[in-house]
Design a protein around this ligand. Sequence first.
Ligand code: HBI
Length: 121
Amino acid sequence: MVNKGWAWLEIWLCRSSRKRRNQMVQKLSADAREAFLGENPGWKPQDGRDAIKKTFVFGDFNAAWGFMNRIALAAEKADHHPEWFNVYNKVEITLTTHDADGLSERDVSLAKFIDSAAGGV
Ligand code: HBI
């Protein structure tokens, strides 16, 4: 019975720490946003929402899926996930932070990882 008690406590602590972490996320400053977009021209700001989007085109579906798999593993580890659409060899990715209601440093970090995972595509 003691084990079950500790397990519930661990779950509660994990959920509350995630909630605190997400409440702490701040929107990207205007300077940081401008710097990122200037240094990463492939990422475009979205009309009507505080998000960035980029499209990647690979040789075939297999390459696109491998790319998505690499991103999925990193996103899960970071607890920060893309909004994406894939058809055959094309992957469209949109990044924003729901908990900040807009762009945050988490999106910048994930975008840089995504570009590295794309291998120059
Ligand atoms: N992914 N892009 C993005 N934005 C979030 O705010 C977010 C996420 N993945 C998981 C996540 N938040 C959780 O921490 C909960 O807030 C849903």
